[in-house]
Design a protein around this ligand. Structure first.
Ligand SMILES: [Zn+2]
Length: 110
């Protein structure tokens, strides 16, 4: 009998997590998510924060459906970058990455 309460709870959690990942990949396809090779945005990615971007925070983990690695990058101000921590350690694999890199401020452009 797989239809236990804990089994259903796990299923609901998995569904929730899949939804989050779909949101990430859809945002990338729409081009909302910053491409690391493109110019970084000028302002922090956090809603309501207008501080200048100081760091890019990237996490790469294994998509548990077997679709391959997923890489999510956010450009954040120094304060918000300091708040970031790995959130997908459950899906870590040998290529797992959690990376914080400084973003050169004012390199070219205004
Ligand atoms: Zn911020």
């Amino acid at each position: 009998m797989a239809d236990t309460k804990s089994g259903r709870d796990k299923q609901a959690r998995d569904e929730e997590r899949r939804q989050i990942r779909r949101d990430i990949s859809e945002a990338r396809e729409r081009g909302d998510e910053a491409d690391p090779t493109a110019d970084p945005p000028a302002e922090c990615h956090r809603r309501g924060c207008a501080e200048p971007v100081a760091f890019s925070v990237t996490e790469r983990y294994q998509e548990e459906t077997g679709a391959g690695a997923v890489e999510a990058t956010a450009f954040l101000c120094a304060d918000h970058a300091g708040d970031e921590s790995p959130v997908n350690l459950d899906d870590a694999y040998e290529g797992y990455v959690f990376r914080v890199e400084p973003v050169a401020a004012g390199a070219g452009g205004n």
